[in-house]
Design a binder for this molecule. Structure first.
Ligand code: ADP
Length: 289
């Protein structure tokens, strides 16, 4: 700190003839490398931002179309309401209320589209830290309960090993990935009318990584569709915007991973990605205790 430089320090204990010990210490100045790494990270984050904006630019006509549809509907409904109020000798309250309800729904749809696009364009920077996977899971469970309420019949099950290591991640963003995947699974299950409505959220611990996965027994995804899944605005849903999976992919990439998809055993789909295990002295101590 006092020098304002970075050093990589190594130490070795050597036994000299006559059994006396000395400690050899070497310090390698790695300041330049550290500065390069920081610059590289800044550049990558800038590139990520501009590539997201370029994607949005390329998608301008799709976005215009998405917003134009509800806007045209709002204009049509508003004109009908005007006619009904203007022409009929007595206003039919039920009919007018129904028209206004439709207008409100379409306006809410535009609001949702704009919010999603804004979130996609302005993703906050990733802050990687060493966090307990247990805490990420317990926060996800809270939100998972909301999904179970919204998508009646769907059941989210969590499968965690007895000892869970700390992982390097941005916990809010990892929750965002898991929630998106759980919501997609719930929608696929209900749309398909699957008998098995269980969604499995699992963590598998490897030597250096933990694989997180969300699996369902929904309709599954064909190989042709798999190729387009992560492209922004790809959606098969009537009201889908198709930004969920591409946002999840960008987040996984900023964790040095990739979001991948495989067929689930017995039908359905599994989405999965990895997080690096955090090997600090602290987590080593925790493991030993
Ligand atoms: P959206 O949910 O707005 O359609 P996404 O990017 O989240 O956007 O998903 C893109 C498409 O991927 C969905 O429209 C759907 O066709 C498909 N998909 C995602 N998850 C699943 C799943 N678990 N099972 C089947 N299809 C899925």
């Amino acid at each position: 700190d006092s020098l304002g430089r970075w050093f990589s320090v190594a130490e070795a204990r050597v036994t000299l003839p006559g059994s006396s010990h000395v400690t050899l210490q070497s310090a390698l100045d790695i300041t330049k490398r550290k500065i390069n790494e920081q610059e590289f990270e800044e550049q990558t984050s800038k590139m990520e931002n501009s590539s997201r904006l370029i994607t949005l630019g390329e998608m301008a006509s799709t976005i215009t179309h998405e917003i134009n549809q509800p806007l045209t509907a709002i204009t049509a409904y508003a004109n009908t309401a005007l006619e009904v109020i203007d022409r009929a000798p007595e206003v039919n309250k039920t009919q007018v209320l129904e028209i206004y309800r439709k207008i409100a729904n379409q306006a809410a749809r535009i609001d949702k589209i704009i919010k999603n696009i804004r979130a996609f364009a302005k993703r906050r920077p990733t802050t990687l830290e060493c966090v307990s996977l247990n805490s990420v899971f317990s926060d996800t469970m809270e939100l998972g309960r909301l999904i179970e309420k919204k998508y009646a019949g769907v059941h989210v099950v969590y499968e965690l090993p007895a000892v869970v290591p700390d992982v390097i991640c941005d916990p809010v963003q990892i929750m965002q990935i898991l929630m998106n995947l759980i919501r997609n699974a719930a929608e696929a299950i209900l749309e398909h009318g699957s008998e098995d409505k269980t969604i499995m959220v699992s963590a598998k611990v490897g030597a250096k990584d933990v694989e997180l996965s969300v699996g369902d027994h929904g309709p599954g995804i064909s190989d042709t569709m798999k190729a387009s899944l992560f492209t922004p605005f790809f959606s098969t849903k009537k009201n889908g915007l198709g930004l969920g999976l591409s946002t999840c992919q960008t987040i996984a990439e900023s964790h040095n991973s990739r979001l991948r998809v495989r067929d689930n055993e017995g039908g359905g789909t599994v989405f999965f990605f990895d997080l690096k295990i955090c090997f600090t002295k602290d987590s080593e101590n925790k493991k030993q205790n």
